[in-house]
Design a protein around this ligand. Sequence first.
Ligand code: PBG
Ligand code: ZN
Length: 326
Amino acid sequence: MFPTQRPRRLRHHPQLRRMVRENVLTTNDLIYPLFAVPGTGVAVEVKSMPGVYQLSIDKIVEEAKEVYDLGIPAIILFGIPDDKDTEATGAWHDCGIVQKAAAAVKKAVPELIVIADTCLCEYTSHGHCGYLEVGDLTGRVLNDPTLTLLGKTAVSQAQAGVDIIAPSGMMDGFVQSIRQALDTAGFQDIPILSYAAKYASAYYGPFRDAADSTPQFGDRRTYQMDPGNSREAIKEIDLDVAEGADMLMVKPALAYMDIIHQVKQASNLPVAAYNVSGEYAMVKAAALNGWIDEERVVMETMLGFKRAGADLILTYHAKDVARWLD
Ligand code: PBG
Ligand code: ZN
């Protein structure tokens, strides 16, 4: 008896494999995160993220040119301010680090899409993503007062030339209030990429070194999602869609492939996956030890995100991926 079905028939030749491949990755899918710091000529490598640097604005501009030349369509900017306070002034000030970096990048590389992470944690003295009651040491961020500051932050980022606003603080109603603030200020055409399903994750550790945003007390579990939940992710997605989100993000990515898949089924908006700092750090550590083939592991992971349903991938590997795709 011969088998009637032989799936291997379509695997024997590389060209044939190429013809029947269901998912592909292109540079169009990539978004590269950058960390802006004050000063000039500054490039400080993040210890837990080899190959990732805190960069002053002049260096950010150089990097933006390189990213654009590699064919990557977008960057996402995070900022580390000189001063932090309880009002997160550095987040919404006209002369804030992200505002200045965005303006400089748009001037030098107008075609590169600049996304701003819209949150307060890099700018608050306590490191939480929003406003706290004076004396509160639990980290129970006050939702509605935070919305006002997020609206202000988004508008000042848009005024600086940012193309896409990406709120990441998991406050209830943040898409709606940012949408209203942008519209009122005349930015009806600036899209919102919502960090819609963002989990309270240990995989953010290296990022908090990079962005100097570790909470001084408590943790983020009163606003970020519980890792045990998936139906709740769909609830978050539905709310953000109703509030006017233009794109949806799932974060982290690797341990949440099921969520990426479900979000893709649950909405018709583009879905982004954030391949976070801890995921990057693990791959880098193994690669630097010679324990894995970095290129193959990273490319397989990226394809996995695509297969799960991601339309866009935020990743610290983006420049390498673009080179490998070439
Ligand atoms: C905070 C924020 C975080 C990341 C981006 N913006 C996580 C956090 O500190 O809770 C994580 C990104 C990464 O780990 O790569 N709003
Ligand atoms: Zn935050």
